[in-house]
Design a protein around this ligand. Structure first.
Ligand code: AMP
Ligand code: ZN
Length: 469
């Protein structure tokens, strides 16, 4: 399996630190709003990487954080007149709902910045002790970039080049910096902001330190893969390397993976530019699997331009697979039991080449575009050769092959069976019991599950009423 490594600018054979195991960290969103479909790109891409690695037999420890302390969260909290924890908690829940719709599996661990402050203070203290950081007069702590000669190795910028651009890097508190390139590890509190005590001042961490600390805590000093969108290469990931390697005295991540942008009118989709669609917006029009299919239809390192035409193409492509699967189900319901005929054995052998094609594409830096092309070839083969005369065993084997590949892509292609009335009523009863026990999370989850299956609940004075949407 080859991975393109931003650090070396080459595709390299993947060799994990510990055989059979993968330690992977993916930078997650800052939670002050519903996520947009640009944010969903790394989630879908790296969830697919994880699924493929598991298919290859690796045990993947997948860590992805939520940045829950940040200027934008604080601003939103002030606007709404609530605590910033109210904002971050709300949008973490909303983000998790979107992930679930898009079939992005929860990470092994989703750490929160605000829960890891002690670890951050420890790492900052150790950086100061080793001469890699210093505190200014007001208690702001800066990383001393000149103390880390390898600074720039990920973004392939050299220090001279960066020095040339120094003036643009002068930011608040800049006059206390030894050098404009130095970046903030800890900053003093401002009125009305959340803060934590520290040896330097009451304040809060800079953004970069959280990922170095969470990665160390949940995955160890050295990890296999560190990933995120390409906007994170500089300065975020460059700074993470400087922090982690200086503090731990070991190489940080072996493979650095970065997805290209999801664009709109060939410009990066972003909250700040205002040219974005939330995942929720898109799911009003399309099935979540269409969005997932659209994201995987391009290689993750190629820019992807969002357009109605491409979404329609994704919808049609996915429908082709779903139709083949539902035809197989129909044939299966009428097929005869019996051993494979010789002809069927040959058929199944021939079908293997599409799985091999899929794996070959994925082994080449997770080329999902080509992998999906192999699924289409398999579907075409099945459409041509599977018929009502085939045995159950043969049809079942063909079905399982399609499903194995779509499952690696996280694409659900089987129609969900409708819930029976008794099943709905049992779930409603479970929800009532959860509410009584004040387990509102479970109650919400049940409502959400029902909603996804098209069952709408209405709480009335006479009890809960339900209807099919
Ligand atoms: P943020 O909340 O801005 O820190 O972003 C969370 C993740 O989404 C990061 O990995 C970003 O690199 C990624 N991201 C943000 N915007 C886009 C975009 N338009 N296309 C692809 N990835 C993006
Ligand atoms: Zn990060």
């Amino acid at each position: 399996m080859k991975i393109y490594n931003t650090l070396t600018k080459r595709k390299e054979e993947f060799v994990p630190i510990e055989p059979g195991k993968v330690r992977m960290y993916v930078c997650g969103p800052t939670v002050y709003n519903l996520i947009h479909i640009g944010n969903a790109r790394p989630m879908i891409v790296f969830d697919t990487v994880r699924r493929y690695m598991e298919h290859k037999g690796y045990e993947v420890n997948y860590v992805s954080n939520f940045t829950d302390v940040d200027d934008k969260i604080i601003k939103k909290a002030l606007e709404e007149g609530v605590d910033s924890a109210v904002i971050s908690k709300r949008y973490i829940e909303e983000c998790k709902k979107d992930m679930k719709s898009l079939n992005v599996r929860p990470a092994t661990t989703h750490p929160l910045a605000t829960q890891e402050i002690d670890g951050m203070k420890e790492m900052i203290a150790s950086l100061i002790e080793k001469g890699h950081a210093y505190a200014g007069a007001d208690g702001t702590v800066y990383y001393r970039v000149s103390s880390f000669p390898e600074y720039g190795k990920l973004s392939h910028k050299n220090l001279d080049e960066l020095e040339g651009g120094k003036r643009s890097l002068l930011v608040s508190g800049g006059d206390q910096k030894e050098d404009p390139l130095d970046f903030v590890l800890w900053k003093p509190k401002k009125e009305g902001e959340p803060f934590w005590e520290s040896p330097w001042c009451d304040g809060r961490p800079g953004w970069h330190i959280e990922c170095s600390v969470m990665s160390k805590r949940y995955l160890g000093d050295e990890i296999d893969i560190h990933a995120g969108g390409e906007d994170l290469i500089f300065p975020h990931h460059e700074n993470e390397i400087a922090q982690s390697e200086a503090a731990n005295g070991k190489p940080f991540a072996r493979y650095w993976m970065h997805n290209a942008f999801l664009n709109i009118d060939n410009r990066k989709m972003s909250k700040s530019a205002g040219n974005f669609f939330t995942v929720r917006d898109i799911l009003k029009q399309y099935d979540p699997m269409v969005l997932r299919f659209f994201m995987l239809s391009a290689h993750y390192r190629s820019p992807l331009n969002f357009s109605a035409d491409l979404m329609e193409a994704a919808k049609n492509g996915l429908a082709r697979i779903c139709t083949a699967v539902s035809n197989l189900h129909f044939m299966l319901s009428n097929a005869n039991d019996g051993p494979l005929t010789e002809q069927e054995e040959t058929l199944l052998e021939q079908a293997e080449k599409y799985e091999a094609g899929f794996d070959e594409a994925m082994d080449d830096d997770f080329n999902t575009a080509d992998a999906i092309a192999s699924i289409f070839e398999l579907v075409k083969f099945v459409n041509t050769h599977a018929n009502a005369g085939c045995s159950k065993t043969c049809l079942q084997a063909l079905l399982e092959r399609i499903l194995a590949l779509t499952d690696i892509c996280g694409l659900t292609v089987e129609q969900e069976e409708e819930l029976l009335d008794e099943e709905i009523e049992a779930l409603i009863e479970k929800r009532q019991a959860a509410r009584k026990a004040k387990d509102f999370a479970l109650a919400d989850e049940i409502r959400q599950t029902l909603q996804e299956k098209g069952i709408l609940l209405e709480d009335t004075r006479e009890g809960v009423k339900w209807k099919r949407a």
